[in-house]
Design a protein around this ligand. Structure first.
Ligand SMILES: [Zn+2]
Ligand SMILES: [Zn+2]
Length: 347
């Protein structure tokens, strides 16, 4: 049934979401129309929905989505075809200081993406259609399931973060937190040839980390975690620590578990944040580097879509449940529970 409308999930307040009918967008020159097929619920959508972070309503969430090209705007020069599987990511303006350095995650135009449609704000991946510029499209393998392809965005964030701390073959990497982002970090670090230790307080998540191939798993409720990391690394400490949970204790333990010349990646934001106290002399003598990372950049998306499409990293075990768009309320309620992995909506 051809129609010029599309369904979109719109959050209207804390724990309030509804399906609205909006006009189906039309692609112009240099643009494509993507028929969205799957969209995962990330922490942004979760925190806005639950009220943990201050939201701007009405909000059309959904930034982890995949789909297929349904229409190519007139005069658009591309090798992509109708039916090509894609995800939508950043492009960068190409003109600002950061873009020219190849650091689009700091692009002054916020990746050049538009976040307003019909008076509703948000990335709008929880919808049936999305018009996007060709530069923002990244191709997926023809046989990659859409649900897995939807995890390209979190994967791109991980690739971007790990490039900033430069994981090398056989290094000892500690990942704190075994939620979706922690385990994605673990899987990518393993693909890089690192030995990966995971710190997690929830026994079920510890088991999941083991099941997915963590070399060591420590539960800080049972052991002195930084000490356990030292013992596992001949007293050296970890070369790289990735904190994948926004938590003051985790950040503190990261500094205790990192070794000389180590790199600490604050991957997660905290709500609210807690001050991090650092002894400047310790920093001076240890030569430890502390940094952070946000978003996936162009390179991150390019690598992430390849990691998924070529099955270098399997994200299937991180998808807990798939529900239809009409059940968005149930999906969000499930996603905000602290013990769930990714919930994916299909449309
Ligand atoms: Zn995300
Ligand atoms: Zn830019």
């Amino acid at each position: 049934m051809p129609t010029n409308k599309m369904r979109v999930a719109v959050m209207t307040g804390i724990r309030q979401v509804e399906i609205r009918e909006l006009p189906k967008p039309q692609p112009g020159p240099g643009e494509v129309l993507v028929r969205i097929r799957a969209c995962a619920l990330c922490t942004w959508e979760q925190r806005t929905y639950s009220g943990v972070a201050k939201g701007r309503f009405p909000f059309a969430g959904g930034h982890e989505f995949s789909g297929e090209i349904e229409q190519i705007g007139e005069g658009t020069d591309t090798n992509l075809e109708v039916g090509s599987r894609v995800v939508v990511g950043p492009s960068g303006c190409g003109k600002c200081h950061y873009c020219r350095l190849g650091e689009e995650s700091k692009c002054v135009s916020l990746f050049g993406g538009t976040m307003d449609y019909e008076g509703i704000w948000g990335p709008m991946g929880l919808a049936e259609y999305k018009v996007t510029s060709l530069e923002q499209v990244y191709q997926l393998g023809d046989d990659l399931p859409f649900e897995e392809g939807a995890l390209s965005e979190p994967m791109a964030c991980v690739v971007h973060a790990q490039r900033r701390v430069g994981i090398k073959l056989a290094e000892d990497v500690l990942v704190i937190g075994a939620g979706t982002m922690g385990l994605l970090n673990m899987l990518v670090a393993k693909a890089d040839g690192a030995r990966v230790m995971v710190s997690e307080i929830d026994p079920a998540r510890c088991a999941k980390a083991r099941e997915l191939g963590a070399h060591e798993v420590f539960n800080p409720k049972e052991v002195d975690m930084p000490q356990a990391v030292k013992e596992a690394t001949r007293s050296r400490g970890a070369d790289v620590v990735i904190v994948a949970i926004g938590n003051g204790i985790a950040n503190k333990q990261a500094l205790q578990a990192v070794g000389l010349l180590g790199r600490v990646m604050l991957f997660a934001s905290a709500h609210p944040p807690e001050d991090l106290c650092v002894d400047p002399d310790w920093l001076h003598y240890s030569q430890v580097a502390i940094t952070g990372s946000v978003h996936g950049d162009v390179r991150g998306f390019t690598v992430a879509t390849k990691l998924l499409s070529d099955r270098i990293v399997n994200v299937r075990p991180l998808i807990q449940k798939t529900l239809p768009l009409s059940e968005v309320k149930e999906a969000l309620e499930l996603a905000i529970k602290p013990d769930t992995y990714r919930i994916v909506l299909t449309m």
